[in-house]
Design a protein around this ligand. Structure first.
Ligand code: ADP
Ligand code: MG
Length: 733
C-alpha cells in the first residue's frame, strides 16, 4: 500500500505528458457545434419533408408516431450516423442508479447466403429491450417479469458518441411503471406546459400556445491525478476520502477562486469544450471554484428535458476526457473533509412560444402582473411542497454538504431581494373584493409599474439561500453535484403545474361569483398567496444558527438527513399531487421512495466497509510500525544513558508511543462497534428503519475513526504513511 502511494507520486509531474496533450481550440468553435447531433438542420437535410414536419410537430405536441414515419426517421438516422463512422446504436437512458445506461446493438444484420446489410428500422428506433433486471425498481417488478423496455424520446435529439448512435429514451417496466428520471420529467413538463399556457391565455396573452420550462445547470467538480486517485481505495470505491488530515494550505487563502487555470487542467477543459460543442452542449463558462482543484462548468440554459440529458451526457464525457489527461473526475458532493464541496445549481424558469420569459419583469404593468403571478405562484408552490423539494435533493453524498456552511441549509426558504420584497408588502395590503379606481391606479402605477424591467443586476445575490430569485429565474442551490437534475426538475415542474391549476380555478371563481374584473381577482388571490408564503421568504444569512432557530419558530422543516427527508416525502398530499397530474401512481411514488432509501443504506454500508478495511489493514499497521521504531529508539536511549537521563531525553518518544497506542485502541474499538452496527442495520427489513439505523448508528462512528486516524497521520513518519495525503491529492497540478 505505502508502495502504491509513492509509486503514484513518482509518476508526477507530467512535463512531457502535458506537452503531448496540448489541445488547441479551433478559432471557430461554432463550426463544431452539433457536428455529432441529429439536429433540426441535419434532420431537414436527411428526412423527407413529411417526416421532418411530423417530428417537429410531435416534439411540440407529443403525438404518436406512425410506423412509416418511424421507418423513415430510422433510415435517415442510420445513413447520417454511418456517414459519421457509427457502427452501432443504443437507446440511451437514465435509470434510477443515477448514471446513464446503454446497450449497444450493431446495425449489422445477416440476411442469409453469407450476406449481410446495415439495418435500422422504425421499430428498432422506437423500442429496445435492455436486460433490465439489475436496475433498481423498488420491488415493482417481480423477477419473473424482470424486463423493462426503453422507448425513443423524439424531443431530445439523437447523437453520436465514439462509434455509437445514441437515442435518448425513456425506461419503463413491462407493466408500464416508470423506472427512470425522464418519463416523469416529460410528464411534469407537460403538466406545467398545460397549466401555464392556460393561465397565460386566460389572463395575459392569447397568443401563447406553449410554455416550456428552462434549465441552466452549473456543474461543479474536482479533478485529481489518476495515479493518486488509484492509490486511495476510499476514493476509488466510494468517490470520497474517508480519512485524511486537512492540508496546511487549505482554501484559506482563496487564491484559487478565479485564479489562473493550471496547464494540464486547461488542456482538459479545452478538449472537453470541443467535445461538448460537437454534442450540442452549449458550454460557455469555465472557471476555478473555491476549493483547490475544484472547477465549474456551465452551459447556456436550454429546454429542461434537453438540459437534463445534456447534464447526464456531460458527466459521461467529462469522465472520459479527464481520463485522457490523466485525471480522475470527482462528482461527489464532499470528496474532501474541511474543503468546500461541490453542488449543481439548477436555474429554472418558464418561457413561452411567443419568446417571453415568464419570470422576467416586463415593460408595462400588464406584463408585470403576468410576472408577479408566475413569481408568486412559484413561491407558493415551494411553500406548499417544500418537503418534496427537500426530498428531491436528498442523498447520502449530499448529506455531507448540506448545511455545512458552504451549501444552503436543509431548511427550504426563498430569497427574493429587497425590491421584490417591498412589492409583495404593498400587494399584501390590497383590499378584499372590488378595488376602487384610485386603488387600481395606485397598484398599476406605484406597485406593479415600479418593478424595474431588468432586475438582474439589482437582486443582490444571496449565496446562502437554497432557493434564490436571481432577476429572471429561480436558482435551486441545494442540488448535489452528482445528482441527476431530473429529480429536482420533476418536483419543480410538478408543484408549479399544480399551483397554477389551483390559481386558475381560484381566480375564475372570483371572476364568476364575485363579479370581479380579471386584474382585481388576480390581485385578490395573489394577496392571499403572499400571506401564506411569507414564512419561507428569508433574506438573511442562511448559514447562521439564528436562522435555524427562526425557521423553527416559523414552523419550517429542517431535515438534516436523507432518511428524515425521505420519510417526510411520503405523505398523502404529495402522493395525490402526483396522481392528479398523472406523474406517478401511488405505487410508483412509494417504489421510488424505497429505491432512494435503499440506495442511501447501500452507500453508507459500503463506506463503513471500506473505512473498516482501511483502518484495520492500513492505518493500524502503519501506526504500529512507527511505534515500534520509537520503542527501539527509546530502548536504545535507555541503554546508552541509563534510567535517569533517559526519562528526560526520551520524553517526547514516550509521549508519542502512548498517544499512538491510545489512538490505535480508539480505532480498534470503534471499528469493532462499526462492524457490529453495520451488521445489525443490514439485517433490518423495513427500508425506512434500515436507513435510519445506517444514519444514526453506523455513520456517526465514521467521525471517531477518522479523528483518531487523522491524529495518527500527524504523528507517523511521512515515509511510513500508507494513504496519499490531502496536500498531494489537492495541490498536484
Ligand atoms: P452564478 O452567479 O450562480 O454563477 P450565473 O449568473 O453565472 O450564476 O449563471 C446563470 C445561469 O443561469 C447560467 O447557467 C444560465 O444558463 C442560467 N439561466 C439564465 N437564464 C435562464 C433562464 N431563463 N432559465 C434557466 N436558466 C437560465
Ligand atoms: Mg449559480
Amino acid at each position: 500500500m505505502s508502495k502504491l502511494r509513492f509509486k503514484a507520486l513518482e509518476t508526477l509531474p507530467f512535463k512531457d505528458f502535458r506537452k503531448d496533450n496540448a489541445v488547441e481550440i479551433p478559432q471557430k468553435l461554432s463550426a463544431l457545434f452539433c457536428q455529432n447531433v441529429f439536429s433540426e438542420d441535419t434532420m431537414r437535410e436527411y428526412l423527407t419533408s413529411e417526416a421532418f414536419n411530423f417530428i417537429m410537430d410531435t416534439t411540440k405536441k407529443g403525438a404518436k408516431i406512425p410506423r412509416h414515419i418511424a421507418d423513415q426517421v430510422a433510415s435517415a438516422m442510420k445513413d447520417w450516423a454511418m456517414s459519421k463512422g457509427a457502427t452501432h446504436y443504443t437507446h440511451w437512458f437514465q435509470p434510477l442508479t443515477g448514471s446513464t445506461a446503454e446497450k449497444h446493438d450493431s446495425f449489422f444484420t445477416p440476411i442469409g447466403s453469407g450476406r449481410a446489410i446495415e439495418k435500422f428500422s422504425g421499430s428498432m428506433l422506437i423500442q429496445q429491450e435492455p436486460d433490465a433486471s439489475s436496475f433498481p425498481n423498488g420491488g415493482i417488478r417481480n423477477t419473473f417479469e424482470a424486463r423493462g423496455y426503453t422507448a425513443w424520446d423524439p424531443s431530445s435529439p439523437a447523437f453520436i458518441m465514439g462509434t455509437t448512435l445514441c437515442i435518448p429514451s425513456i425506461f419503463i417496466s413491462y407493466t408500464g411503471e416508470t423506472l427512470d428520471y425522464k418519463t416523469p420529467l416529460l410528464r411534469a413538463i407537460n403538466a406545467v406546459d398545460e397549466a401555464a399556457t392556460e393561465v397565460c391565455k386566460a389572463y395575459f396573452d392569447k397568443n401563447v400556445t406553449k410554455v416550456t420550462p428552462t434549465l441552466g445547470w452549473e456543474q461543479e467538480y474536482f479533478l485529481v491525478d489518476s495515479a493518486l486517485y488509484q492509490s486511495r481505495p476510499d476514493l476509488v470505491i466510494t468517490g470520497k476520502t474517508l480519512l485524511g488530515h486537512s492540508p496546511a494550505k487549505g482554501q484559506q487563502l482563496d487564491d484559487h477562486y478565479f485564479g489562473s487555470i493550471p496547464t494540464r487542467v486547461m488542456n482538459f477543459m479545452k478538449e472537453l469544450e470541443i467535445e461538448c460543442m460537437k454534442l450540442g452542449i452549449p458550454c460557455t463558462t469555465r472557471h476555478n471554484e473555491v476549493a483547490p482543484n475544484q472547477f465549474e462548468l456551465a452551459p447556456m440554459f436550454e429546454e429542461a428535458n434537453v438540459a437534463v440529458d445534456h447534464n447526464s451526457l456531460l458527466m459521461d464525457v467529462m469522465a472520459r476526457v479527464a481520463h485522457k489527461h490523466h485525471f480522475h473526475i470527482l462528482f461527489h458532493e464532499k470528496p474532501f473533509a474541511g474543503v468546500n464541496g461541490s453542488g449543481k445549481h439548477n436555474n429554472w424558469s418558464l418561457s413561452t412560444d411567443t419568446g417571453e420569459n415568464l419570470l422576467s419583469p416586463g415593460k408595462n404593468p400588464k406584463k408585470n402582473l403576468q410576472f408577479l403571478s408566475f413569481f408568486i405562484n412559484t413561491l407558493k408552490a415551494v411553500n406548499e411542497y417544500a418537503d418534496l423539494l427537500r426530498a428531491s435533493i436528498a442523498s447520502a453524498s449530499n448529506d455531507y454538504r448540506l448545511g455545512a456552511n458552504e451549501a444552503p441549509p436543509a431548511i427550504i426558504s426563498a430569497f427574493i431581494g429587497s425590491q421584490l420584497y417591498s412589492v409583495l408588502d404593498e400587494l399584501e395590503k390590497v383590499t378584499d373584493g372590488k378595488l376602487s379606481p384610485e386603488e387600481k391606479t395606485e397598484l398599476k402605477l406605484n406597485v406593479v409599474g415600479k418593478i424595474p424591467e431588468i432586475l438582474l443586476d439589482n437582486t443582490d445575490r444571496n449565496r446562502t439561500s437554497p432557493f434564490a430569485f436571481t432577476g429572471n429565474k429561480f436558482e435551486i442551490r441545494a442540488v448535489g453535484s452528482s445528482a441527476n437534475c431530473g429529480a429536482p426538475m420533476i418536483v419543480m415542474n410538478s408543484i408549479v403545474a399544480k399551483q397554477l391549476r389551483t390559481f386558475k380555478t381560484e381566480v375564475d371563481l372570483l371572476i364568476e361569483h364575485k363579479n370581479l374584473k380579471k386584474d382585481e381577482a388576480i390581485f385578490n388571490i395573489l394577496r392571499e398567496y403572499i400571506k401564506d408564503c411569507k414564512k419561507i421568504i428569508f433574506e438573511g444569512d442562511g448559514y447562521s444558527d439564528s436562522w435555524a432557530k427562526e425557521a423553527e419558530k416559523r414552523g419550517l422543516n429542517n431535515f438534516k438527513t436523507t432518511p428524515e427527508a425521505l420519510k417526510a416525502e411520503l405523505n398523502e398530499k404529495n402522493a395525490s399531487l402526483y396522481e392528479e397530474l398523472g406523474i406517478y401512481t401511488q405505487r410508483e411514488f412509494e417504489a421510488r421512495n424505497e429505491i432512494k432509501l435503499g440506495k442511501y443504506s447501500t452507500v453508507v454500508d459500503i463506506e463503513a466497509g471500506v473505512l473498516a478495511d482501511i483502518a484495520r489493514n492500513h492505518i493500524i499497521p502503519a501506526a504500529l510500525n512507527y511505534q515500534n521504531r520509537l520503542i527501539e529508539n527509546a530502548k536504545g536511549l535507555k541503554e546508552i544513558f541509563g534510567d535517569q537521563e533517559f526519562k528526560v531525553l526520551a520524553a517526547e518518544q514516550l509521549n508519542l508511543i502512548t498517544q499512538i497506542s491510545e489512538n490505535i485502541s480508539v480505532i480498534k474499538r470503534t471499528v469493532d462497534l462499526l462492524l457490529a452496527e453495520k451488521k445489525t442495520a443490514k439485517s433490518i427489513t423495513n427500508r425506512q428503519k434500515q436507513a435510519e439505523a445506517y444514519c444514526n448508528r453506523v455513520k456517526p462512528l465514521f467521525d471517531t475513526i477518522r479523528h483518531a486516524s487523522d491524529s495518527l497521520e500527524m504523528m507517523v513518519d511521512d515515509e511510513l504513511w500508507p494513504m496519499t495525503k490531502y496536500r498531494e491529492l489537492l495541490f498536484t497540478r
